[in-house]
Design a protein. Structure first.
Length: 222
């Protein structure tokens, strides 16, 4: 019964984590239907406030559930090494996987293609907030904190496997390579979280993995 209760709590966290992106997608779709290729400044400001509120709510719940502490004392030598090594592994998985995709004639993953279509030309602050900040925080709260640290707290190996597989599937893989890209990134974050017991570490890895692509997309860097 306890696992059932925890399952629905984690499911609730997952749903809450997707609200910001869903609202953005709806606003973007409405904007395109009205003939505007970009969201208005007012819409951007409202979305930023909404997304920040969404992040705060997930962080609050993570702290209430006991797997998120948010204290600067996580920046120990050991944790910094995990962050740096984890980021290197995550970026290697992303770049190496993309090169393998290119070798098969595919330019990018379906997830990256969708993000490009949704965000290209939009307000840079909104792009950086959603992709570079909100996604790392909220996805880590759900996949690492919720699944590894809460739902499968007593079965960490199961939690690591489940969170990594679900993380890979959540990014809409269309082939084994694209699944492995995201699955390996998820696995890296899960192991870093399990080894350090600090969700801030996996959030930092996820953030460093996402922020460069977010900046490239935000400012049209080629």
């Amino acid at each position: 019964m306890n696992y059932i209760k925890k399952f629905f709590i984690v499911l609730g966290l997952a749903i809450l984590s997707q609200i910001g992106m869903a609202v953005y997608g709806g606003a973007k779709g409405f904007s395109l239907e009205t003939g505007a290729h970009k969201l208005s400044l007012l819409a951007v400001l409202i979305l930023i406030i909404f997304i920040v509120g969404n992040i705060y709510l997930l962080m609050y719940l993570g702290k209430k559930l006991g797997f998120l502490t948010l204290s600067k004392d996580f920046l120990t030598k050991k944790n910094i090494i995990y962050i740096l090594v984890g980021t290197l592994i995550a970026r290697t998985a992303g770049i190496g996987g993309t090169l393998l995709l290119n070798a098969t004639g595919v330019t990018q993953t379906a997830n990256d293609e969708t993000i490009g279509q949704l965000f290209t030309g939009e307000n840079p602050l909104l792009i950086i907030l959603l992709i570079g900040i909100a996604a790392p925080i909220m996805e880590e709260i759900v996949f690492r904190g919720g699944i590894v640290g809460y739902l499968f707290k007593d079965l960490p190996v199961v939690g690591i496997i489940v969170s990594s597989v679900l993380f890979g599937l959540m990014h809409s893989p269309t082939n084994i390579i694209s699944f492995l890209i995201y699955g390996l990134i998820g696995l890296t974050c899960a192991i870093a979280y399990f080894k350090t017991r600090r969700l801030e570490v996996s959030i930092a890895i996820h953030f460093l993995n996402n922020i460069l692509p977010a900046l490239v997309l935000a400012f049209g860097i080629s």
